[in-house]
Structures are given as structure tokens and as C-alpha cells.
Write a protein that binds this ligand. Sequence first.
Ligand SMILES: [Zn+2]
Length: 266
Amino acid sequence: MSATLPDQLGDKVVYHLRAGDQEIPLNSRIGMPLSLEWSGAIACTHCGRATKKSFAQGHCYPCFKRLAQCDTCIMKPETCHFFLGTCREPEWGETHCFQPHIVYLANSSGLKVGITRKTQMPTRWLDQGAIQALPILEVNTRQQSGFVEMLFKEQVSDRTNWRAMLKGEVEPLDLNAERNRLLDVLSDGLDKLRDLHGQDAIRTLDEAPHAFDYPVETFPRKVVSHNFDKQPRVEGVLQGIKGQYLILDTGVINLRKFTGYEISLT
Ligand SMILES: [Zn+2]
């Protein structure tokens, strides 16, 4: 499922379901019955091979063990081991990890800190169901963004409470004020990182906060999840879409979790 910003400021986030080379618009289906059925097949999103189980959101086991993007250092960038000569795919690392990264504050289920490659904004925020986001620092590499995030985690969570996010129980925050407060509280730590990585390595950004509005008609009062592995057919009236979740009147489903699953939609 892809999420994109609306053409008009103030409109809702636009969702499509990718099926082969087709893009099925989803926003227009809200309020209508929807049925999703998994055939039982899973194709690796990297090599296309059939796999019985999906690893790291849509990979076969050989790809999961071989690809740099499936290595643990992607989730924990501060553990980057490129410099030891042990990167699984040094060329991939150079084009993906040795690129400018952004440290941002977002409001998905309250204040959180996160990192993303510069080119992944705003996709990353929409995937998390954030209603607000503010880029605060720019760094030169993914590893540096990990060091900065570790520092911020002393003060702010890096997690989303997805149940609260889906219930829509999220109050708007003054992200500019949070940014100023955190940059102030963490200024010694940031200075230390600059001493280690270079004074220009961590740059303070002065951007305006972004706000996102999701196409949700009715937020669930209680969040129950569907799971294709347990129940291959999922049906219900589509009540909204937020983050990577379809919200049906029968429960929610995280489509990201089932990347690579062969699903028919009616
Ligand atoms: Zn594969």
C-alpha cells in the first residue's frame, strides 16, 4: 500500500494498493464493504522466489540473510559495521547509508523521535500514521543519525503506540516548542557528537512542522487485528486508512506486515 500527500493542502492522505503494475485507489472505497483474500502464496519482494514464510516484511530466507537492508544495523544504525569491512553489500551501503539522513520529531501517538533518509520524507511519517512531523537535524550518514537518535531517546520515545494511533486518540503538539526544548536539554550531548564526527556533521534545521490528515470516517473504539496467517479471508466495511492499516468495522489489518502476500481484493 502506498501513501502520498494530497495535491491540495488540507486534503486527506491518498492511499493506493499496489497490485502488479496497477495502483488501485483506496480512498474512494471508504464506507463500502471490502474483502481481501490471501491465496496462500508469498513471493519475495526482492528476488520474486516463492517462500513459505515472510522474513523482514516480505523477504525469502536467503535474501533475509544476504541483503544489507535486512541486517540488524538498519534497525540500529549506531551499530553500522561498514568500517570493519563486514557490510553485507558495501555498494548498497554507500548509496543508502552514506547519504544525508534526517532526525525528526513526529506525533503518531504522542511525541516520538525518528530518523529517515532524506528522500524518504514524507513517506516515513505517513507509514507511521503521524499527524505531525518536524525535521530537526540533518546528518551525513545513517550511522550518525543513529548516534543522534540514541541521544534523543534519553528524553523521547522512538516508538508508536499503534493502538492509540489507530483510535485517533492523539492530541496535537507544539513541535517547534518540543524541538527547542530538546535541542536545549541535549546541547552538551550534541556538542560531544560534533567533536567526534566533525562540527558540520550535525546540522540544525529550521523548518516548519508538517501536518497530515488521514481518510478515517470512524475510529475503532477497540482495536482488534486481522491476520492472514490465521484467517486468509478478511472482510468488513472499510471505515478508514491510517499509517499502514486498513480500518474495517470487523478489525484492522497492517498491510505492511503482509508485504509479498498474494492478495485478491473485491
Ligand atoms: Zn528473495
